[in-house]
Ligand binder design. Structure first.
Ligand code: CTP
Length: 402
């Protein structure tokens, strides 16, 4: 039930911190990948090395690194986006109070603020503390704010009391976490919007073992799909025959040829936002031979025919309020050619990239995109995931709303 899921485990400074090590192992046993962030006081109960060794990953405690040079102070952003769920177990009364009031004095509390994934808080403390009006009030407030709360178990506590305050058994936390992952929807500017993104090359077969294609890896399209998902969109990724991994929180439908992609696009043509990042082949062989073309039968010639222009088809039937974002891959006259495509295909935006620009292109991890409308050009450069986020932030005007 947790296979392939990414779990951020937050450990705070209570005696039950040692149990978080068992919880981590349990998450892993079910196939989840776990990273750990601890509050400084949690490290007085269990060393970071324990969690680093078990998770096979560094453990984040302070926002600022001792060396002052690493980029690790931005981890709260990346880890918050990386995770499918953030489980804070145990969560002390102190950390609970900080969460409710938006404090960000450690990596753990900063990540709470930055996270887009669901957050499960497992309050764990002495029975009398748990019953106190302040803790009850904070728990109520946390629920209202959208945090998931797993009530503590009743039993023998470190103080000697037999009361409510124990960290629930790992199985209970596991089960709760997986139910939350299943039902949680990210709240963001695209919540409730259906977003369709196409990504990758197409294959146009000549015979059963040969095809015409291009080197598109799908990385930019997949980054766009993930960026839209992080903004709350209900994303469907139409993915070509590429090996680039897709985060498993994104729904995928696969295609091989341009005609397959066209059929999928027709099925989803009424989506609110359609992003055509696929590198669609413009031509396909007129005939696909049923058997392998043998070389001893002379030099074959391949007659080609035009594939449908899918973006143009979408543009010709665009409905009110629907947003069409196209891409353009150029080798010369980047902006002029992109603008011509914007008009011809009736798109709202064109993300133009040039194979000749440095650090851009088909299989690269980085890209430079010129975001084009009829009257504007904005340039974004960097790793494809960041560029994708910046493009959507620009299109949906998110930077103005801070
Ligand atoms: N596109 C499409 N269907 C096609 C070809 C392209 O939907 N048959 C879409 C691409 O997904 C992209 C945009 O149209 O969003 C521009 O693609 P590009 O390959 O840059 O340009 P083309 O339209 O093919 O034009 P040209 O080959 O003349 O550059």
């Amino acid at each position: 039930m947790l296979a392939g899921k990414r779990i951020l485990l937050g450990v705070t400074g209570g005696i039950a911190a040692y149990k978080a090590a068992f919880l981590l192992r349990e998450f892993q046993k079910y196939g989840a990948e776990v990273r750990v962030t601890m509050t400084p006081s949690a490290t007085r109960f269990v060393g970071t090395e324990t969690f680093a060794a078990l998770s096979r990953h560094e453990v984040a405690v302070d926002v600022f690194n001792e060396d002052g040079v690493s980029e690790s102070w931005t981890k709260h952003i990346y880890w918050g986006e990386w995770a499918d769920i953030f489980v804070i177990a145990p969560c002390t009364a102190n950390t609970l109070a900080k969460i409710v009031h938006g404090q960000s004095d450690s990596m753990l509390t900063s990540t709470v603020l930055a996270a887009r994934c669901p957050i499960l808080i497992c309050p764990t403390m002495d029975g009398e503390m748990y019953e106190s009006p302040a803790v009850s009030g904070n728990l109520e407030q946390a629920r209202k704010m959208g945090f998931y709360i797993l009530e503590p178990a009743t039993g023998y506590l470190a103080s000697g009391l037999d009361a409510k305050g124990r960290l629930p058994e790992p199985e209970k936390i596991l089960q709760t976490a997986s139910e939350i992952i299943k039902k949680h929807k990210i709240q963001g500017p695209l919540t409730g919007k259906r977003v369709v993104v196409s990504a990758g090359s197409t294959r146009e077969f000549i015979d059963p073992i040969r095809f015409l294609s291009n080197p598109s890896s799908g990385k930019m399209g997949i980054a766009m799909a993930e960026a839209a998902h992080l903004l709350g969109g209900d994303v469907i990724l139409l993915k070509g025959p590429v090996t680039t991994p897709v985060p498993d929180r994104i729904l995928v439908e696969n295609y091989i040829s341009a005609s397959d992609l066209f059929e999928l696009v027709k099925k989803h043509a009424d989506a609110d936002i359609i992003i055509m990042a696929a590198a669609v082949a413009d031509f396909r062989p007129v005939t696909k031979h049923q058997h392998k073309v043998k070389k001893d039968n002379g030099m074959p010639s391949i007659e080609l025919t035009r594939n449908p222009d899918i973006l143009e088809w979408l543009g010709s039937r665009k409905r009110d309020g629907q947003l069409l974002i196209g891409f353009a891959m150029e080798t010369e006259n980047l902006v002029d050619n992109a603008r011509a495509k914007l008009t011809k295909k009736n798109a709202d935006w064109i993300c133009a990239n040039s194979v000749s620009e440095a650090a851009s292109g088909f299989d690269s991890d980085t890209n430079t995109i010129h975001l084009i409308t009829n009257y504007s050009e904005t340039v974004f450069s960097g790793i494809k995931q960041d560029v994708a986020k910046e493009i959507l932030a620009h299109i949906f005007d998110l930077n103005q709303k801070e």
